[in-house]
Ligand binder design. Structure first.
Ligand SMILES: Cc1ncc(COP(=O)(O)O)c(C=O)c1O
Length: 459
């Protein structure tokens, strides 16, 4: 992570535990001259970590906060293996390929398609790599057709995750954003039609937006792109960002077409570490057919004794989360993922009902289709509420929506596997308690101030 903070020198962490073992100050921002014993180092860091929030009460993040002990055992057993060392760890490579196959088939890649894919660090890397391939293919098409240089563009809704903007800036692509409106927080297909042209490398759709958990109209987008292909001869690919929806929609709505069943959908990313139910550090990128991944983006590295094909941004990375993904797929199977998805959704709908029942909150949209509940209130300062709830340990973010809807301030609860119905009831009673406190005055004012500073980040 980049840190802008210039940290002061000569500050120390001073001895604690009545100096039983930790007897001298340790510099905070410089490498200490001498080390400490392993127990001391452990205790010191372990204690500091208590200042973090409790992952089990973290309703802000989409990222998995609980896994089974057997999965954790496998993680510990495999965390010393570098995924890129396939010559040394061939079975790890075999398992990565198995997961790619499982996901491609789950997303309805057809056997006659030569689908390809890779594990990534998360959906961000997967999106960057997917879009880069589309940019490359666009350039090749232009060269083939004898067209001169031109600036590529990418068309998306304002509901995309910030990584799409990052891609556009890092890889010099014009980002054409279809704005939101108050009350409509997904992509509008007709506006996309007006924004695309021969320099559009790709159109993006989100299956489970970060802001409200809704689904972009992928099928309608596909139909529109097919019309454009027929009328104008432009074959514009669709990349689906299924970071959170990719492990939910296939089980909740198997008939809903959003994936490789649709002709223009050429690539899909999914976060293994969201509803794939793996701890942070794994995403997946799948191309419907290897012809959509230009050969010159694949690096064949003669490394440690064999030729390896890689399409990643990072070279080294841990293999533990890839193995943990495979564990979940074997352990749960389709029925297990279905049960998880249905359970989370039922709990999310129950929470939505309870919040509406309080009479002061409104849902941002009527249909809770994924287990994400977003709500707002004219009567409550959501930043203050977010901050007051922290007193009970709950982490519930508050934020405002992008341009055109920026005065809509909402709260979001991502219902994960460990968030039981009983916990929903406790959260609601703590919301009631917080509102009563806030009415008291002091907590309200302080909460508001701190809330604005702390809870603007969404992930
Ligand atoms: C829709 C969407 N796309 C992309 C991302 C980035 O994913 P990752 O954190 O796996 O890199 C997120 C993260 O929340 C997301 O919600």
């Amino acid at each position: 992570m980049l840190s802008k903070k210039r940290v002061p020198v000569r500050k120390h962490i001073s001895a604690t535990y009545a100096t039983r073992a930790f007897v001298r100050p340790i510099p905070r921002y410089e490498v200490p001259e001498e080390g400490v014993g392993p127990d001391v180092a452990y205790q010191l860091i372990h204690d500091e970590m208590n200042l973090d929030g409790n992952p089990a009460l973290n309703l802000a993040s989409f990222v998995t906060t609980w896994m089974e002990p057997q999965a954790e055992k496998l993680i510990v057993e495999t965390m010393n293996k570098n995924l890129v060392d396939q010559e040394e760890y061939p079975q790890t490579g075999v398992i990565q390929a198995r997961v790619v196959n499982m996901l491609a088939r789950l997303f309805h890649a057809r056997e006659e398609h030569q689908f390809v894919g890779t594990a990534t660090i998360g959906s961000s890397e997967a999106i960057m790599l997917g879009l880069l391939a589309h940019k490359w293919s666009w350039r090749k098409r232009r060269e083939r057709d004898g067209k001169g240089p031109s600036r590529p563009n990418l068309v998306v809704g304002a509901d995309v995750h910030v990584v799409w903007e990052k891609f556009a800036r890092y890889f010099d692509v014009e980002l054409r954003i279809i704005p939101m409106e108050k009350g409509r927080y997904t992509l509008e297909v007709e506006k996309v039609r007006g924004a695309i042209d021969e320099n559009t490398i790709c159109v993006g759709a989100v299956l489970g937006t970060t802001f409200t958990g809704q689904l972009d109209p992928v099928e309608e987008l596909n139909d529109m792109l097919l019309e454009v292909k027929a009328e104008m001869g432009l074959d514009i690919p669709l990349h689906v960002d299924a970071a959170s929806g990719g492990f939910l929609v296939p089980f909740l709505y198997p008939e809903f077409p959003w994936d490789f069943r649709l002709e223009q959908v050429r690539s899909i990313n999914v976060s293994g570490h969201k509803y794939g139910l793996v701890y942070p550090g794994v995403g997946w990128l799948i191309f419907k057919d290897k012809r959509y991944l230009p050969e010159d983006l694949i690096f064949y590295v003669n490394y440690l004794g064999s030729q390896e094909a890689t399409y990643t941004l990072n070279f080294s990375r841990g293999s533990a989360m890839v193995i943990a993904q495979y564990y979940n797929l074997l352990r749960l199977g389709k029925r297990g993922y279905e049960a998880m998805a249905k359970n989370c959704l039922a709990n999310a709908r129950y929470l939505a009902e309870r919040l509406e029942g309080m009479g002061i909150f409104h849902l941002t949209h009527r249909d809770v289709v994924l287990p994400v509940v977003t709500f707002f209130s004219e009567a409550v300062d959501v930043y203050g509420l977010s901050c007051t709830l922290r007193g009970r340990g709950w982490i519930v973010p508050a934020y405002n929506l992008p341009k055109n809807a920026e005065d809509v301030n909402i709260m979001r609860v991502v219902v994960k596997e460990n968030f039981s119905r009983d916990m929903v009831d406790m959260l609601v009673s703590h919301i009631e308690e917080a509102l009563a406190k806030m009415k008291g005055g002091k907590a309200f004012t302080e909460g508001t101030k701190a809330g604005n500073q702390i809870h603007t980040k969404i992930c």
